[in-house]
Design a protein around this ligand. Structure first.
Ligand code: ZN
Ligand code: ZN
Ligand code: ZN
Length: 244
């Protein structure tokens, strides 16, 4: 407990040192490159360094507003882009295509887990995994310079509140589900049967972007389902079924 506390304090101290170093470099580089409005941009950097997470340019604008710093979105975005260009910020697009910025500390690398339900972004670094990646690509005669690993799935909070039963429409992309029931009477049942699907079949959700048709796979076959039909098919998580 005490040790944990101690290492936390050391981490904070180390972070502070890194950040003050970043500030000095920022000043040197931006002045050297004669970037305009240095002081305004420096205030953006200060707030950005205090945010230990992945932010969009719009999120940073509102974080700045909370601290009574009112800059137009274009200026904030331009500053973030400059920070990216000079290696102070890292840009990630993740699944939804929206650009997220985070600190880029030299010599430090991490990878990401992204929850497709709540959008939470978790960071991790695993040294054996890092080394394994380098070894695997070396087997192809390939020399790794950079990589970004993004693992999509459900975070522990979302797993806890995961529905045991839901319409297929609510299943996430990549999820494996089992058909539990059908609502909508015999007509719906006939439709499903005519497609070759039955209660108890395991489906993998190939695409479900929240609108339009869904594509699912069962037994190496793809099925395209309309929103209406996917509302009537009741499913549950397949992994729980398979564990038994
Ligand atoms: Zn990595
Ligand atoms: Zn989540
Ligand atoms: Zn990150």
């Amino acid at each position: 407990m005490l040790l944990n506390h101690l290492t936390d304090r050391l981490k904070i101290k180390k972070m502070r040192e890194i950040h003050s170093h970043e500030r000095q470099q920022f000043e040197t580089l931006f002045k050297q490159e004669q970037i305009d409005r240095f002081h305004d941009r420096f205030r953006i950097l200060e707030v950005f360094l205090q945010t230990e997470k992945h932010v969009t340019s719009h999120e940073l604008v509102s974080i700045l507003k909370d601290r009574n710093i009112d800059f137009p979105h274009e200026f904030v975005e331009e500053t973030l882009e400059l920070m990216f260009r000079f290696g102070f910020a890292q840009k990630n697009r993740f699944d939804n295509g929206i650009v997220h910025y985070e600190h880029r500390h030299l010599g430090q690398h991490h990878d990401h887990m992204i929850c497709t339900k709540c959008g939470k972004i978790l960071e991790f670094k695993n040294d054996p995994l890092e080394q394994l990646q380098a070894r695997v690509v070396a087997g192809f005669g390939f020399h790794m310079l950079q990589h970004w690993m993004e693992i999509y799935g459900l975070c522990s909070d979302c797993m806890k509140s995961r529905e045991k039963i839901m319409p297929l429409m609510s299943a996430r992309q990549g999820e494996r589900v089992i058909i539990k029931d059908l609502v909508g009477g015999s007509q719906a049942r006939m439709r499903l049967l005519s497609m070759g699907l039955r209660i108890g079949d395991i489906l993998e959700v190939i695409t479900n972007n929240g609108q339009g048709q869904l594509v699912v796979a069962a037994d190496y076959q793809r099925y395209v389902l309309g929103r209406g039909m996917s509302q009537k098919i009741i499913v549950g998580p397949a992994d729980e079924e398979e564990k038994i």
